[in-house]
Design a binder for this molecule. Structure first.
Ligand SMILES: Cc1ncc(COP(=O)(O)O)c(C=O)c1O
Length: 442
């Protein structure tokens, strides 16, 4: 047996950790051993309040009995079955349950295993749709600067985060980007939707002028999370919707983090008042208990691709685990929990208190912007001169050491707690964070 696979205690070598500074982590690991309700517990049983719902995904809180039991029951009945040319009831049940909550018309559900796969699937469906309706020249995909759509080649191509692209060179051809919507000079310290920036959607007109009728789809996050919480300016998404309609372009919303109650409605589309043609989801779909993603597609798109196709397979796309029984069981149980406990309503009810907590940090040292919407807050810090990210990384460590999990992107702190959060958790969260920001003032 070679060294790396030898079963020795504390062997951290074999796991090449994702999106992690591996050398730093393995020199000073942070280990989570258990989770329950609003909290994680470390391997030495120290409680860490979950300010991030894991990775924007455990919206119903951790260790929910109903979801655990549904997974256990399904595993005992049937562990796996293919969905290529075969079906099993729980996958159809999960799709129907999702479709009860998606915006009107978006009731055809394609299953994936992650947000990245959902993004790539949505882009492929958009291309297939344009081809099916006789617009095969529409091969161009438009993303947005600072957008995040996962790590597949499609996702990084339409995504707008430099570090996610620069190591890999080749990306999809025929891609362009809208400008991002971050306008700190006009919108700093906005509460909820910022007032300025609707005009930035008009950049789509410029892209149409440049590329003519070759654009298949535009993909945006209703609220951009991973890039540091960018809340859509008032009227921006409405304008984008109108321009997509005007130019025959499909609008895709990436709702991987805004789905499942995060913005106080079942899907973010409802909160922002704009319905896309295609909507991607993952994360909260199963409360992250089993990996699963899905793409909700407007009936007109499904019909164009499926009903008009010659006999045989209509869409040459799918994953071995599309509609996996354990994931489907977890999705049904998680959605039932959202309904039974009205988790979107709970998020809405505490949003004002959460907003006040976030904005209470305004006068702390180095805080240059605070933004929030639903149960999401972004706190932007002035980075240390010549040491970008250092301040935020050290605040992250301090928070972890004093019992709070936050997330950082550059020098921006993002908070997205489980929707079961109560006022005393909000107080603890912002109290702990304030201490850490003060401690890193220098
Ligand atoms: C908007 C958005 N899309 C896609 C993804 C990728 O999801 P996954 O990591 O499950 O592939 C994420 C992950 O954070 C996301 O926030």
């Amino acid at each position: 047996m070679n060294e790396i696979s030898a079963p020795r205690p504390n062997n951290l070598d074999a796991f090449w950790m994702p999106y992690t500074a591996n050398r730093a982590f393995k020199g000073s690991p942070r280990m989570l051993a258990r989770a329950e309700g609003m909290s994680y517990f470390t391997n030495d049983n120290r409680e860490v309040l979950d300010g991030t719902a894991g990775l924007w995904c455990c919206n119903a809180g951790h260790g929910r009995r109903e979801i655990v039991e549904a997974i256990q029951a399904q595993a005992a009945v049937m562990d796996f079955a293919p969905t290529f040319q075969l079906g099993h009831p729980i996958a159809f049940q999960a799709a129907a349950k999702i479709a009860e909550h998606t915006p009107a018309g978006l009731d055809r559900i394609f299953f994936t295993n992650s947000g990245s796969e959902s993004a790539d699937t949505a882009l492929k469906i958009a291309l297939a749709y344009q081809r099916a309706r006789g617009q095969a020249q529409r091969v161009r995909l438009i993303g947005r600067e600072r957008g995040y759509h996962g790590v597949g080649f499609g996702g990084i191509s339409v995504g707008g985060i430099g570090p996610n692209r620069k190591q890999f060179g080749a990306q999809l051809p025929y891609v362009d980007h809208l400008p991002h919507t971050h306008l700190p000079a006009e919108n700093a310290f906005s509460r909820g939707v910022p007032a300025h920036g609707a005009h930035l959607a008009d950049a789509l007109d410029n892209l149409v002028a440049l590329h003519g009728d070759t654009i298949a789809a535009v993909i945006v996050e209703p609220l951009a999370g991973s890039t540091g919480v960018l809340v859509p300016p008032a009227g921006y998404l409405q304008r984008l919707r109108a321009l997509c309609d005007k130019h025959g372009i499909l609008l895709i919303f990436d709702e991987v983090i805004t789905g499942f109650g995060r913005l106080g409605t079942f899907f973010g589309s409802e909160r922002v008042g704009v319905t896309p043609d295609i909507l991607t989801m993952a994360k909260g779909l199963t409360n992250a208990a089993v990996p699963m993603g899905a793409v909700a597609v407007h009936d007109k798109v499904y019909r164009a691709i499926v009903d008009e196709a010659p006999a045989g397979i209509e869409l040459f796309h799918g994953y071995t685990y599309s509609g996996h029984p354990l994931a489907a069981a977890a999705a049904v149980a998680a959605i039932d929990l959202h309904v039974k406990e009205d988790l979107p309503g709970r998020a809405r009810a505490i949003e004002g208190y959460f907003e006040d907590g976030a904005h209470s940090l305004k006068d702390l040292p180095n805080v240059i912007d605070i933004r929030n919407y639903g149960l999401v807050a972004g706190i932007e810090l002035q980075g240390r001169a010549g040491k970008p990210t250092d301040r935020a990384v050290r605040i992250f460590q301090r928070c972890f050491d004093t019992g709070l999990l936050i997330r950082t992107t550059g020098d921006i702190i993002a908070l997205s707690p489980p929707l079961i959060i109560e006022k005393h958790h909000v107080d603890r969260m912002f109290g702990t964070l304030a201490e850490a920001i003060r401690a890193e003032a220098a």
